[in-house]
Design a protein around this ligand. Sequence first.
Ligand SMILES: *Cc1c(COP(=O)(O)O)cnc(C)c1O
Length: 235
Amino acid sequence: MDRPTNHTIAEALAKVTARIHQAAQAAGRKCETVRLIAVSKTQPAEAVTQAYASGQRDFGENYVQEALEKQAALVGLADIQWHFIGPIQSNKTRPIAENFTWIHSIDREKVAQRLNDQRPLNLPPLQVCLQVNIDDESTKSGVSLEDLPALAKAVSQMPRLQLRGLMAIPAASNSQEQQLMAFAKLRHALGELQAQGYKVDTLSMGMSGDLEAAIAEGSTMVRVGTDIFGPRIKP
Ligand SMILES: *Cc1c(COP(=O)(O)O)cnc(C)c1O
């Protein structure tokens, strides 16, 4: 498979940024309220370097070992913010606690507790989102809407974690209406937490195929892989 050249990653980033601006404008929102996370999983460090050269600073990774190798190769790019967005095994929490700024995929208390206990004291608290299983699909990771209040309460009491908001990966759908409905559910869930007094401000939702709908429903972080880096390399 052809690797995208520097030029095409820069171009793809510009296109995605334009889509974000357009969607924000259509929703009557300022484009600075939507942060783009470039999802670099399965992509080589070189692809991250190219996106960085275009000004991109937030990168999302799903696999711990792969992420650590890439981070080691890119230590020179010190102002990158690394976001962990993949499923978290409880025996892999330490390197995540030590090497990421954001974690979007906390879905149970045990994992949250371990991340809290393992976050190094010389680093600021981890910025975290709780992943919600918005379609209630039994096969998917994420806390159910029913169990969300208890998890939010537990995490909010952990001093080395700062609860920032919610993340979801709705079932893929080509229907804009279905996309909007799923994202609206997450927006409502965040609103309920805010009504209960939690200082949460982040909705991590929207990917290559549905970022417009996510922004229409209030997304503050879109996680985009394919439309920046091209198709993922299968291991
Ligand atoms: C891979 C991945 C993305 C990016 O998906 P694309 O469709 O390639 O934009 C976003 N979020 C999560 C959690 C992912 O695992």
